[in-house]
Design a protein around this ligand. Structure first.
Ligand code: AVJ
Length: 322
């Protein structure tokens, strides 16, 4: 990268877009989908009949909330409920409401990349469950744990719901889980949702809906680059494409250029050329099985205490200790 240009790239977004679009093959991280419009589109996705993940996890939490209250609070008074990637908190509210009804002594610490999501979550909680003591923290997964400095005698239960872990390939997931493991004390717990391998068609349908909501969600990356980096991507010249490999369990999203084209990104002083059918890889949504989850745990110094599942085994929430 030329020196004079490096100075212009003063945000992670600018640097990562520059790197990803000058690489071959091209890529952009899905974490940049989530601005205000992206948050809204993800909420629309969660309400689609094809996107089974949200309802399934919702059902698991509803069914097991009493057992979870016992396990989370077990001898720990008070405890901190830390949620990575809290989003709109729709599922977490089942637990927050139940824990409040049971008079459990806890604080809620939601972490999210989107300040917008945290703001709406906090005002929503003030309305709906005012007794919950909430302290949000904005940042990426890897940054924020370090900012949460609890003393060793404060108990932590860390939530990572929605199969958000699926955005990380196994190597990155192990790095992430290992960081959490190092941060955990012996009595602390980690509760994570893992979307399971299933009929490949069911998975493809969840990431390729006929109404084009997922397409708009994916293309929000281009909308954002157009607006924030003064670019001229033509949204109609790209198509959303989803693939799923049933062996590895990896679902991948792409934006595919349907014709040769040039794009100018003014703020990066950059011209990008696309050949016809050239790809931008945008997202990983990894699917799991028990063997893989146990292997990830073992690689990260964690133990699986228990797994909770729906009737069809579409989705599982695992409880880990160090
Ligand atoms: C929020 C990362 C769990 O991968 O299933 C939904 C995002 N992408 N539809 C997922 C998403 C396309 C979602 N996560």
């Amino acid at each position: 990268m030329p020196k004079n240009l490096a100075q212009k790239l003063d945000t992670p977004f600018q640097r990562e877009v520059y790197e990803g679009l000058t690489a071959y093959p091209k890529y952009i991280s899905s974490k940049y989908i989530y601005d205000k419009a992206g948050d809204k589109l993800f909420q629309d996705i969660m309400n689609m009949p094809e996107y089974y993940l949200t309802d399934t996890e919702f059902g698991i939490l509803e069914t097991h909330k009493e057992q979870l209250a016992r396990l989370f609070a077990n001898g720990k008074n008070p405890f901190h409920l830390i949620e990575m990637g809290a989003g709109d908190g729709k599922k977490t509210k089942i637990l927050l409401r139940h824990f409040t009804d049971k008079n459990l002594n806890f604080t809620f610490r939601p972490i999210d990349i989107s300040q917008n999501a945290l703001d709406s979550l906090q005002s929503n909680l003030k309305q709906e469950i005012p007794d919950v003591q909430t302290e949000p923290l904005q940042g990426t997964y890897f940054e924020t744990l370090r900012k949460l400095n609890f003393s060793t005698d404060e108990h932590k239960v860390i939530l990572f719901l929605g199969s958000n872990i699926g955005n990380l390939l196994h190597e990155k997931a192990i790095e992430f889980l290992s960081q959490i493991q190092e941060y955990m004390q012996p009595k602390d717990l980690l509760f994570i949702g893992f979307d399971q391998k299933k009929n490949p068609q069911t998975i493809l349908d969840a990431y390729n809906d006929p109404n084009g909501i997922t397409e708009r969600f994916n293309k929000n990356l281009l909308v954002r680059i157009n607006r924030e980096l003064e670019a001229n991507f033509k949204l109609d010249s790209f198509t959303h494409w989803e693939v799923y490999d049933p062996e590895s369990g990896t679902a991948k999203s792409y934006l595919v250029a349907t014709s040769p084209q040039k794009v100018r990104i003014e703020k990066l002083d950059l011209d990008i050329t696309f050949e016809a059918w050239e790809t931008i890889h945008t997202e990983i949504s990894q699917k799991y099985d028990d063997k893989t989850v146990h292997w990830l745990a073992e690689q990260s110094g964690l133990k699986v205490l228990k797994a909770f599942s729906d009737q069809e085994d579409y989705y599982k929430n695992y409880l880990f200790t160090t």
